[in-house]
Design a binder for this molecule. Structure first.
Ligand code: HEC
Length: 227
């Protein structure tokens, strides 16, 4: 009887501690949290936080804005043999059926699909890593986006291998692209947090241990966007 007076009210709850946790839980909250700022259980991530495998996630470059991507995005991985070979495997799985083993657009699906470009012809020859990265993520024209199939790290590696195919030698171009001594050639995977030109300008910030001015709440002026 006491439980039925209002539709949204469960009425008397017997031993509510059995249903709602007394300790603060990040993903469920019943009352105000008296310890954290703004009374919330789950704190906002520290400014500049980049989740693992989510490089270049917050770049805010429009889907159609490949020009900006080509200018702003820089490949954080070096052209080492290992990276290029990983790129080749990923290309074989995700792109080759259309773009062909040689990168000439003559893959078995590409022939039927039609209009798949040759990477080593005309302006396709000079697409840079950022350009290719963006096209993988968002697609272009008749090519569908592949962002859900390959994560940012994988996109950069595929982009590298596409650069090798631009040489017009097919898979043999890989050897020409290897620059073992280049800076960051052996950067361990998934650990780099620098992705865009913007972040590069301010490399110490993203990974710094500096306290944010408003602990727990992040910096409201910058929340939601990477510097
Ligand atoms: C279903 C076939 C298909 C698959 C799979 C595919 N592409 Fe494409 N790709 C195309 C077509 C078609 C175009 C031409 C798009 C246009 O200009 O309309 C294209 C264009 C491109 C371009 C040139 C973009 C530009 O600026 O004009 C790049 C770079 C590219 N693809 C890379 C890739 C990579 C890397 C993969 C694998 C992750 C991939 N594609 C997978 C069909 C495909």
């Amino acid at each position: 009887m006491t439980g039925c007076n209002e539709a949204n009210d469960p009425g008397l709850e017997y031993a509510p501690e059995m249903y709602t946790s007394i300790p603060y839980e990040p993903l469920s909250q019943v009352g105000a949290n008296h310890i954290n700022p703004m009374g919330i259980n789950e704190r906002t991530p520290a400014v500049g936080t980049v989740p693992r495998g989510k490089l270049a996630y917050y770049t805010h470059i429009g889907k159609d804005d490949v020009e900006t991507a080509a200018k702003v995005l820089t490949n954080p991985y070096g052209y080492s043999k290992t990276h290029l070979e990983e790129g080749k495997v990923l290309y074989t799985r995700n792109c080759q059926h259309c773009h062909g083993e040689q990168g000439d657009g003559q893959g078995p699906v590409g022939i039927k699909f039609k209009g798949v470009p040759n990477y080593s012809a005309g302006s396709y020859k000079t697409m840079n890593d950022g350009h290719i990265y963006h096209v993988i993520q968002w697609g272009k024209g008749r090519m569908m986006p592949h962002g859900s199939q390959v994560n940012p790290e994988e996109r950069w590696k595929i982009a590298m291998y596409v650069r090798a195919l631009q040489l017009g030698k097919g898979p043999d171009g890989l050897a020409d692209m290897v620059k073992e001594g280049s800076p960051m050639a052996n950067v361990p995977t998934a650990d780099s947090t620098m992705t865009s030109g913007q972040m590069k300008k301010n490399p110490t910030k993203a990974g710094s241990n500096e306290m944010s001015k408003n602990p727990g709440a992040g910096d409201p002026a910058r929340n939601g966007e990477a510097i």
